[in-house]
Design a protein around this ligand. Structure first.
Ligand SMILES: [Zn+2]
Length: 309
C-alpha cells in the first residue's frame, strides 16, 4: 500500500512509463472495458497469457454496476498477486464528482468526457477536472475528448458520429486544458454495425488526420470505439501516433454469444462457474488477439534486429 492508497504496480512502471516505452517501440496499448468479474477475469487471463500490458476500463455505467471501489480493489489484488502490468481507467466520465470519486478510489487514469458540450465549455470543464484529479493523485493520467464518435458500445442499425477533430482544435484543446492524452474523432465510432459483427464490414480510420493531430497536439492519443476496425488500419493508426486503443463491443459480443452457447449446451446445468468458464475463455481469446495485434510491430522489429545480428 502506498501512502495515498493509489493502485501502483509492485513493479515501478507507471502507466505513463509504459506508454512512453510503447511509443518508442511504435506499439499500442489495449484498453478493454469490463462490466463484471467474468470480463475482468478474461482480461487478466489474457495478460497472463501474453505478458503484455493492458488498461482495464470502466465507464460510468459499468462502474455503477461493478462498484467503483470494488473494481479498484479487485484490480489492485490482481496486480499484487500476479505483478502483471494492469492499469485501470475511469472511462467516459461526464462529471467532476465522478472523476473525483474514481481518482480517490485509486484509478490510474480518467477519460474526462465533456465532448457533447460546445468547445469552450468542454475546455473549461475538462481543465477544472484535470486540476481536481491531479490534486488527488499527481501521477494520474488525464484524458480529454473532442469531436463526435457516437455513444454506447452496442450493436447498431446505423452509423453514428460525424464531426471529425481538426489538428488546430486538437492543439488548442491540449494547450488550454493541460491533458496528458487526447481522444480525437478520426473515423472511429462507438459500437458496431450488424455487418461488422458478422465480419462483412470493417471500420476505416482517417490515418492522415491522425498523423496531423499527433503533430499538432504533441500528446498521447487514444482511439475510442476500436471494435470492428480493419487490422491493417489499427497497425497504421499506431504508426501514425495512436497510443491507446479501446475495445469494448467485441468483448460484449463474445460474452453474449458464448453465454448463449454455454446455456444452450445443457438446459439443467445450474452451476455458475461451469456455465461461465467457457465465457471467460471466449472473451480472453478476443483480448489476447487484440493485444498481440497492437504490439505486433514490436515483435516484428525484434525479429528484424535478431535477423540482422
Ligand atoms: Zn469510448
Amino acid at each position: 500500500m502506498t501512502a495515498t492508497g493509489t493502485l501502483r504496480n509492485t513493479s515501478t512502471n507507471t502507466l505513463r512509463d509504459v506508454l512512453t516505452r510503447l511509443e518508442k517501440e511504435r506499439a499500442g496499448l489495449g484498453h478493454f472495458n469490463v462490466s463484471d468479474q467474468v470480463l475482468l477475469k478474461a482480461v487478466v487471463a489474457a495478460v497472463a497469457e501474453t505478458k503484455l500490458p493492458v488498461v482495464i476500463g470502466g465507464s460510468e455505467g459499468e462502474r455503477e454496476f461493478f462498484g467503483v471501489r470494488q473494481l479498484a480493489a479487485l484490480v489492485k489484488s490482481e496486480r499484487e498477486e500476479s505483478d502483471l502490468p494492469i492499469f485501470l481507467n475511469a472511462d467516459h466520465t461526464h462529471s467532476l464528482a465522478k472523476a473525483i470519486e474514481a481518482a480517490k478510489a485509486g484509478f490510474d487514469a480518467v477519460t474526462i468526457d465533456f465532448s457533447a458540450l460546445p468547445f469552450e465549455e468542454n475546455v473549461a470543464r475538462t481543465k477544472e477536472t484535470v486540476e481536481a484529479i491531479r490534486a488527488i493523485n499527481p501521477a494520474i493520467l488525464a484524458e480529454g475528448e473532442i469531436g463526435d464518435i457516437g455513444t454506447g458500445s452496442e450493436i447498431k442499425e446505423t452509423a453514428q458520429g460525424g464531426k471529425l477533430t481538426t489538428p488546430e482544435e486538437a492543439r488548442q484543446f491540449v494547450e488550454a486544458t493541460g491533458i496528458d492524452n487526447l481522444a480525437p474523432a478520426v473515423g472511429n465510432m462507438h459500437g458496431m454495425l450488424k455487418s461488422m459483427v458478422q465480419g462483412k464490414a470493417k471500420k476505416h480510420l482517417d490515418l492522415e488526420r491522425i498523423s496531423q493531430i499527433k503533430q499538432a497536439a504533441g500528446v498521447f492519443l487514444t482511439l475510442h470505439g476500436g471494435s470492428g476496425t480493419d487490422d491493417e488500419h489499427f497497425r497504421k493508426a499506431i504508426a501514425a501516433g495512436i497510443n491507446i486503443i479501446h475495445i469494448n463491443t467485441e468483448l460484449r459480443v463474445a460474452w453474449r454469444e458464448s453465454l448463449d452457447k454455454s446455456l444452450a449446451r445443457d438446459s439443467i446445468e445450474v452451476v455458475p462457474y461451469k456455465i461461465l468458464r467457457p465465457v471467460v475463455d471466449s472473451v480472453k481469446q478476443v483480448v489476447s488477439s487484440r493485444l498481440r495485434l497492437f504490439q505486433r510491430q514490436t515483435v516484428r522489429r525484434d525479429a528484424v534486429e535478431s535477423a540482422i545480428a
